[in-house]
Design a binder for this molecule. Structure first.
Ligand code: HEM
Length: 484
């Protein structure tokens, strides 16, 4: 009997020891894999470090973290555990070489208002198909034919500002980039349809960054209703164009005429979501870039003089602006072009982008867990002195030498890189040409700084006064005498 009890006790001890060893082994493994997460802090439960991010300039938040933890670090913002990547190689890993392991993610309010079928919410076949169509409609060949219309829009915008009042530059640039977006999507559109689109889209625009609640009277609810009206207007335009059997090269025509391998066309929802998506992608980004360009030129008078000199040659060649700008001329503005590149670097309008790991991913010995957000930090890369010496200095001449690979990504990189980048740059070149050859502008107020809405914009949207310069004699712009 005693011998049996002894065996039972031994068995218990054995089972206990096995369980203990298993427990220690599992804990060690767990700790190992947790240890493999990048350095950083996750802050408070649920809110994480969101308050720290928004209580200061987001760039300071990211830059401080990078200084402390290095080029890859974890944090927890907007309810999501996230991994930030501030090195060119890491950005390339996420956006280009291993892009299939990371899906794009956007806030719910944006997805609902733009429409879930817009290309930037997708990966794989559907994304590739839509992307080809958008890219095709914005090809250099198509953009060439848009030059005269964009020029007319720029000229009439500038004329309307030069009446002595203070202009909210960013708002005005938004109007312009919306007009150009409409042109690239529809080609020529009836004035009444354009007006309806403009009115309703401006309500949708106010909802993008609002809390997604359908309570009556909230900005989101208003935006949601305006989005429904937009769908109806778009549906009418589509029906009209179907009747006319129009086969245009503009985006709407490309979307309407597209057929997949089985001969299936896109649905109206797919077309509408992608049109709203392109309007969204084109408007604030381009307007913000244009506003920064005005600020940088204003703040650097010597540079402004060299841009003026370059543009004056074209202006004089065009019979003092009596002839239209040509596509070839827009492709040969080297000084102006470098000012655009440097403005895009300095302002880094898209400071970072969001992806989500679709599976556990390993990068440089660190684990990126499935479901975590991953954010390549474009601005940190653009402001890293290793790639851009004296990064806070506005110096377009740095672009006389091409930047190192993957260090300059104002338009993103890889499968989701911006298909509208050439259109945006064309708009900027045309704007600068007319602005510096015929106008002067003074920024009102001395307050400098950045506002986020959510794209970075100069403080208060850069209030400025525009005045037309009088031409003293053929080709001579008189800087001292201005029309009053
Ligand atoms: C200065 C102006 C612009 C900037 C800085 C800019 C920047 C960007 C960036 C960084 C991305 C990639 C986002 C990501 O990877 O998550 C992107 C995507 C996109 N952009 Fe732009 N963009 C500009 C103007 C435009 C214009 C004028 C259009 C169209 C007319 C446009 C259409 C798009 C579209 C459709 C996408 C999504 C592409 C995809 O998911 O495949 N953008 N843009």
């Amino acid at each position: 009997m005693e011998e049996r009890e002894g065996i039972i006790i031994l068995l218990h001890v054995f089972v206990f020891l096995v369980a203990l060893i298993c427990y220690i082994f599992v804990r060690r493994n767990q700790r190992d894999s947790t240890n493999k997460l990048p350095p950083g802090s996750l802050g408070w439960p649920y809110i994480g470090e969101t308050l720290q991010l928004y209580s200061q300039d987001p760039n300071v938040f990211f830059a401080t973290k990078q200084k402390r933890y290095g080029e890859i670090f974890k944090t927890h913002i907007l309810g999501c555990p996230s991994i930030m990547l501030a090195s060119p190689e890491a950005a390339r890993f996420v956006l280009v070489t291993q892009a299939h392991l990371f899906k794009p993610t956007y806030p719910k309010s944006k997805e609902t208002l733009i429409g879930p079928l817009a290309l930037f919410f997708h990966q794989g076949e559907y994304h590739t198909r839509l992307r080809k169509l958008v890219q095709g409609s914005l090809s250099l060949d198509n953009l060439r034919s848009l030059v005269p219309d964009i020029e007319s829009m720029v000229v009439s915008a500038l004329d309307s500002w030069a009446d002595g009042r203070i202009v909210h530059t960013f708002h005005e640039m938004k109007r312009l980039s919306f007009e150009v977006g409409i042109l690239a999507i529809f080609g020529h559109l009836e004035a009444s349809q354009k007006e309806q689109l403009k009115q309703n889209y401006s309500i949708v625009d106010k909802g993008y960054n609002s809390f997604p609640t359908k309570l009556p009277g909230t900005p989101f609810k208003k935006a949601y209703l305006a989005r429904k009206r937009l769908q109806k207007i778009l549906s009418e335009i589509i029906s009209e164009r179907k009747e006319k059997r129009a086969t245009e090269k503009y985006l709407l025509g490309c979307l309407m005429n597209s057929k997949d391998d089985n001969g299936k066309t896109l649905s109206e929802d797919q077309i509408a979501d992608n049109i709203i998506g392109v309007l969204f992608a084109a408007q604030d980004t381009t307007a913000s870039a244009l506003t920064w360009i005005l600020k940088y030129l204003h703040d650097h008078p010597k540079l402004l003089e060299s841009v003026k000199a370059e543009q004056k040659v074209i202006y004089q060649f065009n019979d003092d602006g009596h002839l239209k700008l040509t596509w070839a001329q827009t492709r040969n503005m080297p000084i102006t072009y470098k000012v655009i590149l440097e403005s895009l670097r300095m302002a880094s309008i898209i400071s970072f982008t969001f992806r989500e790991a679709v599976t556990d991913v390993e990068y440089k010995g660190y684990r990126i867990p499935k479901g975590w957000k991953v954010m390549p930090l474009f601005r940190n890369i653009h402001h890293n002195p290793e790639f851009f010496p004296n990064p806070q200095q506005f110096d377009p001449s740095r672009f006389e030498v091409a930047p190192k690979p993957n260090t300059f990504m104002p338009f993103g990189s890889g499968v989701h890189a911006c298909p509208g980048n050439e259109l945006a740059k064309l708009e900027m070149l045309i704007m600068i040409h007319h602005l510096v050859t015929k106008y002067r502008w003074e920024v009102e107020g001395s307050e400098s700084g950045i506002q986020y809405g959510p794209f970075p914009v100069p403080m208060h949207g850069l209030p400025a006064r525009f005045q037309k310069e009088s031409i003293q004699e053929k080709g001579e712009v008189c800087g001292a005498c201005y029309d009053t």
